[in-house]
Unconditional design. Structure first.
Length: 467
């Protein structure tokens, strides 16, 4: 009964926000605009939003303060494009219940106005997207793969078993017919099936992304047309003279570090850049997984937004698997590997490879919807990106990757009004993306008060789920 009451409270709160904050015209006064094109901040600007689009960007001195609409005094504040998390799983079988009530509002409260769902229940996600588009549900824009393709015995929910090339072709055809936006590959797909999937995806005109399957080389996946690699899978393998061995047997951080060959890496990076194979390295998850045995999340303030089932069942299962099956190297080696990943990301970026910010939330243990995207931007800066370059991995770059650059990704006249208002300049310190004063979602303004109400509602639901 308490859980029902909490859900009703959150629904009532979000419904009130949706009704109250959907003006046809919004005027943001005297703001510094960081448009994410790479240009310096434009100071003392007034941004006019009309019917969900950016209608005008003008000098504040020239703006008419009496212009009809909802006026926001943004003096001393900074406006950036809405952020994207390009690797999430919102409906992952039964492993993360309450995704609709937990993940969606956490994304919005953190300025995440778009997500790429990399494996989930297709029809559920499509229904969410319809409700969000209709304005009856508050949530980010969603692009989705539906169920992932994996080997004959998939390890995760929301997956399709692939044992043969015909299995792969049928899965691609079926998902295309069902309305999936792209195909997501997991690690255990047999080699001949991988190339059948790539061929069928090309014929069907649907992108495929994901893990570089264990059975193929990164260079082969890139040449076959895979649009993005996740988690840096295939990169260390392809940068080692032991690549053929890695195709057949176990991989360890010790071997990756001891056999990393800068010459081989340079050749691989040049190929990936030439083929426009994007990278979504999920650096927060990579660090968290490798260092899980020395990280204390018990007192993390964000844990109050997480249902007990996530922490006590699913994350516990993942933690045990990571510790016993994956983290076989000693902690010192794993720390060196985490640092080496940052160096490799830097080298790849300087070689012309494009990057996307993604977190693998919530399957990444204690990777929090919304919150962890800001950490991901900090990891890019730690890898040597400028704050602007890091910001672009979650704004301009997702728009380019998704073919939405004409509508999203930067702050320009005519583009959709997905925006985040900050209290401090993220170009001075990327951590300032967390200092959110308000979010404009498809033209709807959500103030800090609105966002705090959303967070309080999520905390109530998370708490009630433990009862």
């Amino acid at each position: 009964m308490k859980r029902f009451s909490c859900c009703l409270l959150l629904f009532t709160c979000l419904s009130a926000i949706t009704r109250a904050q959907s003006p046809s015209i919004l005027i943001i006064h005297d703001v510094s605009v960081i448009d994410a094109t790479g240009a310096p901040a434009q100071t003392h600007r007034t941004v006019i939003v009309s019917n969900g689009k950016i209608e005008q960007i003008t000098s504040s001195s020239a703006a008419d303060a009496k212009f009809p609409g909802t006026h926001i005094n943004a003096s001393g504040k900074f406006l950036i494009p809405g952020l994207w998390d390009m690797h999430v799983h919102m409906v992952f079988g039964t492993w993360f219940p309450h995704g609709k009530e937990i993940a969606l509002p956490l994304f919005i409260a953190n300025g995440i106005t778009g997500v790429r769902d990399m494996g989930g229940e297709l029809e559920v996600l499509q229904q969410w997207r319809k409700e969000i588009s209709a304005g009856t549900l508050l949530g980010p824009r969603i692009v989705m793969s539906g169920p992932m393709l994996d080997g004959p015995q998939p390890r995760f929910p929301s997956s399709i078993a692939i044992a043969t090339p015909d299995d792969g072709r049928h899965a691609v055809d079926d998902l295309k017919k069902r309305g999936a936006d792209f195909i997501k590959l997991q690690s255990l797909i047999p080699r001949d099936a991988v190339f059948a999937i790539a061929d069928e995806a090309r014929k069907q005109g649907i992108p495929f992304v994901g893990h570089v399957p264990d059975s193929v080389r990164a260079s082969e996946a890139s040449n076959a047309g895979q649009m993005s690699f996740e988690h840096l899978i295939g990169i260390f393998e392809g940068s080692s003279p032991l690549e053929d061995e890695f195709l057949k047997g176990p991989k360890t951080e010790t071997k990756f570090l001891s056999t990393y060959d800068p010459v081989r890496a340079s050749k691989l990076f040049a190929l990936l850049a030439k083929n426009h194979t994007w990278q979504c390295p999920t650096l927060v998850w990579e660090r968290g997984g490798n260092l899980i045995d020395e990280t204390d999340f018990v007192h993390d303030a964000r844990a109050k937004y997480v249902p007990a089932y996530w922490k006590d069942v699913t994350w516990k299962r993942f933690t045990e698997e990571i510790i016993h099956d994956f983290n076989t190297d000693d902690l010192a080696t794993r720390k060196r590997f985490v640092q080496k990943e940052l160096e490799v990301v830097n080298a790849m970026y300087r070689a012309g490879i494009q990057f996307l910010a993604g977190t693998d939330t919530p399957p990444g243990v204690y990777v929090f919807p919304g919150f962890s995207l800001h950490e991901e931007l900090q990891r890019f800066v730690a890898a040597g990106f400028t704050p602007m370059e890091a910001l672009q991995t979650a704004t301009l770059n997702p728009a380019k990757f998704l073919g939405m650059e004409d509508r999203l990704g930067t702050i320009e006249k005519g583009k959709l009004a997905d925006l985040v208002l900050l209290d401090a300049n993220p170009l001075d310190d990327i951590r300032n993306t967390q200092k959110i004063a308000g979010v404009i979602l498809n033209g709807r303004y959500l103030s800090r008060i609105d966002l705090d109400k959303m967070l309080a509602g999520v905390a109530l639901i998370a708490s009630a789920s433990a009862k």
